[in-house]
Design a protein around this ligand. Structure first.
Ligand code: HSE
Length: 399
């Protein structure tokens, strides 16, 4: 019998408990042992739940019970998740989490503590929800040179962008729709400003480079500035706009960023619609591989959490990636790519004088794609056009 405790009985916590009960046969066959959900920590009581008798309100009950071998932390937020994780690892309990915020902020420390205490720290559900992506990167493809990992890492923003493209909805209308469907949080800033995606690319970047950056060091843009006119212009040239997290691992230090990108309609990521997530890895000699599926929700996230539990039960102490804290990141100012710009229609002459040889898009505005240029070059050109009386209406990078 493997005794576990779940910290947090929200959407994910109850999904984990349900999966363990409903798929008991599969879980026991795969894990090799019965699982007993001995405790569920929450501030609330759940008198009508079949797990009502497992609810506790004091973490110390779990910490001081030597029969609990694994703690599943699905509370979200950095605190007290950080303190509970440290205490559990030091008490020689393995910890599994879906909490991307605490992983992005403290994974280096947790992984070191897990090794020191001969237990596991696993976080498959923290990126891409139910999509197996952390384990394949750590365990299956590290023999490659991983040049880039990039992905659609936030389902809410992908849903909003899909609505804008497929139904011509404004950003505001699409956001209200996402909130009505329960995808976006009541305060959707972490989704729409790219903060959630920044945490996830921080984690992916740590797997690829073995260096854990601070999410605050990552250039992060959301989707709030994307206009329907940009959607129309993208469609004119067969492109989509997606919010991407990217870690480009091709130099001394990686470029790591979250921003909207315009990408060709026939690229694999362009086809990822609605609340789905996808992570694409570019590696040598492997080539491109893509992991695709449901990035959020009780069932998919519980699948990843319980998958981690199965690995611990089958293999005992599983070594996580070796990750050390770092602030070495390539300066975003030198990041170079082609760019989409839109100005008001009468800006054409100024645009030609400022941006040179651009590809104009047939549009009601003065919209065009530039040759490759760095962030600092683009900034100078925007400044110069603005000084001539034409401020840009949009600027979106091209993948
Ligand atoms: N708010 C997140 C999303 C949930 O929309 O993808 C999963 O991390």
């Amino acid at each position: 019998m493997t005794n576990i405790a779940i910290l947090g009985f929200g959407v994910v916590g109850s999904g984990v408990a349900d999966l363990i009960v409903k798929n008991n046969e599969e879980v026991v066959n795969f894990g090799g042992d019965e699982i007993n959900i001995k405790y569920i920590l929450d501030l609330r009581d759940f008198p009508d739940s079949p797990f009502a008798d497992r609810i506790v309100h004091d973490f110390n009950v779990i910490l001081n019970d030597p029969t609990v071998s694994t703690v599943i932390e699905v509370m979200g937020g950095s605190h007290p998740a950080y303190e509970f994780t440290v205490a559990a690892l030091n008490a020689k309990k393995s910890v599994i989490t879906s909490n991307k915020e605490v992983v992005a902020n403290f994974a280096d420390e947790f992984l070191r503590l897990a090794v020191k205490n001969s237990v596991c720290y696993r976080f498959e559900a923290a990126v891409g929800g139910g999509i197996p992506v952390i384990s394949p990167i750590i365990e299956c493809i590290r023999q490659n040179k991983i040049r880039e990992v990039r992905g659609i890492l936030n389902g809410t923003t992908n849903y909003i962008l899909t609505k804008m493209f497929s139904f011509g909805e404004s950003f505001k209308a699409a956001l209200s729709d996402a909130q009505a469907k329960g995808y976006a949080e009541r305060n959707p800033d972490a989704d729409i400003l790219g903060i959630d995606a920044a945490r996830k690319i921080t984690i992916l970047s740590a797997l690829v480079t073995e260096k854990l950056l601070s999410p605050d060091d990552i250039h992060t843009e959301g989707i709030t500035e994307i206009r329907l006119a940009d959607v129309t212009a993208a469609e004119k040239i067969g492109c989509k706009i997606k919010l991407l997290g990217r870690c480009i691992n091709d130099g001394d230090a990686p470029y790591v960023m979250v921003a909207p990108f315009m990408l060709s309609g026939d690229s694999a990521l362009a086809d990822v619609s609605g609340v789905y997530n996808a992570v694409e890895v570019v590696a040598e000699p492997l080539g491109n591989v893509m992991f695709y599926g449901r990035g959020a929700g009780a069932g998919p996230t519980a699948s990843a959490v319980v998958g981690d539990l199965m690995q611990i039960m089958r293999h005992g102490e599983t070594r996580g990636p070796e990750v050390e804290r770092s602030s070495a990141i390539a300066p975003f100012d030198s990041f170079s790519c082609r760019r989409y710009f839109a100005f008001e229609r009468s800006a054409a002459e100024t645009v030609k004088a400022t941006f040179g040889d651009v590809d104009f898009i047939d549009s009601d505005e003065c919209a065009f794609i530039t040759p490759v240029m760095s962030e600092s070059e683009a900034r100078e050109k925007k400044k110069s056009a603005t000084a001539s009386g034409f401020a840009p209406l949009s600027h979106i990078r091209v993948l």
